[in-house]
Each structure stands twice: as structure tokens, then as C-alpha cells.
Design a protein around this ligand. Structure first.
Ligand SMILES: *Cc1c(COP(=O)(O)O)cnc(C)c1O
Length: 240
């Protein structure tokens, strides 16, 4: 199959990012989408601050982190940077919510109405609106967090009543398949779910974003409507 793993070993991060950007562009153009409608989120768990520095220099402006403490350490090391946004893409433990809220431009992985209520309360205390995505467990896998499609349809009106939570769209982590073509139907389903929800009229909810696609399958995710792709290994190499 494709050789991006080999490529990351021999190429610099900057070259790799350039190649990925071109693939993003081509994937968007294949389906008649504007390439600028797709944002690259560099998934940076376990990646060193030096490598983040290189990615920033190569033009990456969104880092997606999975752990609060690791994210905070890297932020301190990098310091404030022009145009740089930090997203939280990992599972959020209940006791960490109050520290996560307000520290990330976007939380990709809200997994229940109860969790959204916790975020709402923390955001109210800070006097902010926290932007979030709703994670959808699109294949209904027992091992994964997120709303099933049914849970989402049942819970979304409650979410729309939370004034300090600003839902921007949906996110998914589909089942892993050796052949990425087998993942395509899950991306299609998430896009259809988003479109269905977007047709209803909401008070606080916006259904614009679709965060889907990782190293292995981002081109396909873009063909199916992704507006954000979360890419780690293909940029930084295998995690140690
Ligand atoms: C690590 C991670 C990614 C990136 O995965 P790669 O296969 O390394 O590109 C994307 N999304 C989430 C939620 C992750 O935890």
C-alpha cells in the first residue's frame, strides 16, 4: 500500500507537510470543493516541542492535543505564536473539564449531554462561549466514546439549550480498517447526519464542521465532506 510511512522517515517535516497539503488540495478539487474549506489539524500527542516548532514554521496553525498536561507543557515551551490555535481532540475526563474549558479554541470530542452540561457550567463561570464538536460513534462500537446517531438525535435539543456551549459540528473516529476504502461509508454517514441536523433551525448550534479523517484516510474523508482532518503519524512519523 501507500508509502507515507517511509516518506516521513526520509523527508523533513516541512516537506511532508507540503506533500500532505497538496494531497488535501487534490482531494478537495476531485469533488469540486474549495481546498481552503479544509483545515489541517496536526495531531501532536507524544510529539516533541521541537517538532511542533518545525510544523509551525511550515505553516501549520492548529495543534490538536489529547492530554491537558502535555498540551500545557508544550504551550509553555512554544510560547504565544501568531495565529496559532490549540484544539483538544482526546477524551475528556470529568475532573479535567474545568481546566480544559477556556484553554482550547475547539473541543472535538464532546461525548454526552451530561458532559456538555459540565462544559457549559465551566464556560459560564469563565464568562466565555466554548466552541465544541460532538463526537459521533458512527459504527456504534462498544469500545468508543461519543454519541450514537440515535443518542445524538435524542439529545440535540438539550444541547441547543446550553447558552455557553457553541456546537460547531460533528467529529468521528471510525473503526480502523486496513483498507481505507472500507471506512468511506462511515464518513458518508457522518456527513449525512450533519446535513440532516443542519436543516433544522437551532438557537446556539451551528452544523458547519466535520472533523474526520486521519493519516490513513484523510483524502477519502475530504472527498466525503471533511472540513478538518486530524493528522499525526503521516506528519511526524510513528509515535514512540
Ligand atoms: C492521534 C489522533 C489522530 C491522528 O492519528 P494518526 O493516525 O496518527 O494521523 C486523530 N484524531 C485523534 C482523536 C487522535 O487521538
Amino acid at each position: 500500500m501507500v508509502s507515507w510511512k517511509d516518506a516521513t522517515v526520509s523527508n523533513s517535516i516541512a516537506q511532508t507537510i507540503q506533500t500532505i497539503r497538496e494531497k488535501i488540495r487534490q482531494a478537495a478539487l476531485r469533488v469540486g470543493r474549495d481546498p481552503s474549506s479544509v483545515r489541517l489539524v496536526a495531531a501532536t500527542k507524544t510529539v516533541s516541542s521541537d517538532n511542533l516548532e518545525e510544523a509551525y514554521a511550515a505553516g501549520v496553525r492548529i495543534f490538536g492535543e489529547n492530554r491537558l498536561q502535555e498540551a500545557q507543557e508544550k504551550r509553555r515551551t512554544l510560547g504565544p505564536r501568531e495565529g496559532l490555535a490549540w484544539h483538544f481532540i482526546g477524551r475528556m475526563q470529568r475532573r479535567k473539564i474545568k481546566d480544559i474549558v477556556g484553554n482550547f479554541a475547539l473541543l472535538h470530542s464532546v461525548e454526552s449531554v451530561e458532559q456538555a452540561e459540565g462544559i457549559n457550567a465551566a464556560a459560564e463561570k469563565l464568562g466565555i462561549h466554548q466552541e465544541v464538536l460532538l463526537e459521533v460513534n458512527i459504527a456504534g462500537e462498544a469500545s468508543k466514546g461519543g454519541f450514537t446517531s440515535q443518542e445524538l438525535e435524542a439529545g440535540i435539543e438539550a444541547l441547543d439549550r446550553l447558552p455557553y456551549v457553541s456546537v460547531q459540528g460533528l467529529m468521528t473516529l471510525p473503526p480502523w480498517k486496513e483498507n481505507p476504502e472500507e471506512v468511506r461509508p462511515y464518513f458518508t454517514q457522518l456527513c449525512q447526519l450533519r446535513n440532516r441536523l443542519a436543516r433544522q433551525s437551532w438557537t446556539h448550534i451551528r452544523m458547519a464542521e466535520l472533523s474526520m479523517g486521519m493519516s490513513h484516510d484523510y483524502e477519502m474523508a475530504i472527498e466525503e465532506g471533511a472540513t478538518m482532518v486530524r493528522i499525526g503519524t503521516a506528519i511526524f512519523g510513528e509515535r514512540g
